[in-house]
Write a protein that binds this ligand. Structure first.
Ligand SMILES: *[C@@H]1O[C@H](CO)[C@@H](O)[C@H](O)[C@H]1NC(C)=O
Ligand SMILES: *[C@@H]1O[C@H](CO)[C@@H](O)[C@H](O)[C@H]1NC(C)=O
Ligand SMILES: *[C@@H]1O[C@H](CO)[C@@H](O)[C@H](O)[C@H]1NC(C)=O
Ligand SMILES: *[C@@H]1O[C@H](CO)[C@@H](O)[C@H](O)[C@H]1NC(C)=O
Ligand SMILES: *[C@@H]1O[C@H](CO)[C@@H](O)[C@H](O)[C@H]1NC(C)=O
Length: 334
């Protein structure tokens, strides 16, 4: 009888937390902290509940989807214990598309700050816009000492957008994302921005990419994401190491650190640090060239791009979630 009560309480706790989170959306400015505390608390309770009550001991570990990542630990968690921090390992690549196509894909209310990307890329072809493909593994994401499970995600990003209509501040539109199926915290976290999320299976499951053995090209790596809903969304990359530096590192630093939005109601301030041990240590930043194939919103059909240039890297990050986009007027200007 008593244990049934505890189970009931444990089951209700995440629901209560969820209701609080729902309610907090109406007061978005004041409740970021609550959002975090409650989402982490509900996770903790869920974890405690599962480990204490629900896992029949005969389930083999492999069937729970556990695998071991090669990612190095989060090097900044102890520096910012009260902030959400983690590491992002993976590949970021640039897909030049025509400005005309960009204008069709990006909602019309967001201007394209062509002068902003041309300031960083003076030789970028005329009439073109740099769309971005990110294929990343989130590792040791934590705040207040509570870690969430690792997850993978990938999608298109559209940087250098004029969300505030000031013809100055660059924002990044991230309208859709393939994300590790079953990771409700990550999926709900992205959905709350208005991102179209596709629960997906990833290959590799616990890493940012994996080596392709016996490849003719040096340092070839593979990454694939496929939505559980058959045919809804997919993204595959095959990259090899290159000596060519087509896009300077400053360009990547600039757009990866632009505040990110989906429906424009709130902004995600993801601060990627390029100066910690995961970026400057034994695995340094590697320029890559390869092929991206994707069937993912906002593109209407499957597309393949060859000779795509990008970077393979790991960075630590600090993330400040669900902020009013207006807070970022002038952000990132020197
Ligand atoms: C990033 O991921 C790759 C692939 O799993 C791994 O080989 C590499 O060591 C990782 N980098 C860091 C700094 O953890
Ligand atoms: C850490 O979080 C606090 C409270 O949300 C915020 O004011 C601060 O700017 C964050 N620190 C960094 C380095 O982003
Ligand atoms: C990003 O690039 C723009 C030029 O487009 C520049 O004005 C801005 O200062 C850069 N921001 C950072 C943080 O480097
Ligand atoms: C936006 O700013 C750029 C660079 O300062 C300038 O060349 C352009 O004319 C401006 N556009 C508008 C619509 O004011
Ligand atoms: C790393 O860079 C961030 C800002 O980009 C800065 O706040 C921090 O002090 C730097 N850390 C080191 C060890 O240089």
């Amino acid at each position: 009888m008593f244990s049934t009560c505890i189970e009931l309480a444990l089951l209700c706790h995440p629901i209560l937390a969820f209701l609080t989170v729902q309610n907090s959306k109406m007061h978005i400015k004041h409740s970021n902290l609550h959002y975090f505390i409650f989402s982490f608390l509900s996770l903790l309770v869920l974890r405690y509940a599962t480990s204490a009550y629900f896992i029949p001991s005969e389930i083999p570990v492999a069937s729970l989807g556990l695998c071991t990542t090669k990612d190095q630990p989060n090097p900044i968690a102890h520096i910012y214990p009260g902030n959400a921090t983690g590491t992002l390992n993976g590949t970021i690549s640039v897909i030049p598309i025509t400005l005309e196509l960009a204008r069709q894909l990006i909602p019309p209310q967001y201007g394209i700050l062509e002068h902003a990307y041309r300031a960083l890329l003076p030789d970028f072809p005329k009439g073109m816009y740099p769309a971005v493909v990110a294929a990343l593994h989130d590792h040791e994401v934590q705040a207040f000492g509570y870690k969430i499970d690792d997850f993978s995600r990938s999608g298109f990003e559209f940087p250098f957008l004029d969300l505030l209509n000031d013809n100055h501040t660059s924002f990044k539109w991230a309208p859709s994302m393939l994300m590790t199926a079953g990771h409700d915290i990550a999926l709900n976290g992205a959905q709350d921005y208005g991102t179209k999320t596709f629960p997906a299976s990833f290959d590799p499951g616990c890493d940012a990419y994996r080596a392709v053995p016996n490849s003719k090209k040096p340092g070839t790596t593979y990454f694939s994401a496929r939505s559980l809903e058959a045919g809804a969304a997919s993204l595959t990359t095959l990259f090899s190491e290159t000596e060519e530096e087509v896009f300077p590192l400053e360009f990547f630093k600039n757009f990866t650190n632009q505040p990110t939005f989906a429906d424009g109601k709130s902004c995600d301030n993801m601060i990627r640090l390029f100066n910690t041990s995961v970026t400057t240590g034994s695995n340094t930043i590697q320029a890559v060239k390869g092929t991206v194939r994707a069937n993912l919103f906002p593109f209407s059909a499957e597309r393949e791009w060859r000779n795509v240039y990008g970077l393979r890297l790991d960075t630590a990050f600090i993330e400040n979630n669900y902020l009013p986009c207006e807070n970022f007027r002038g952000y990132g200007s020197e």
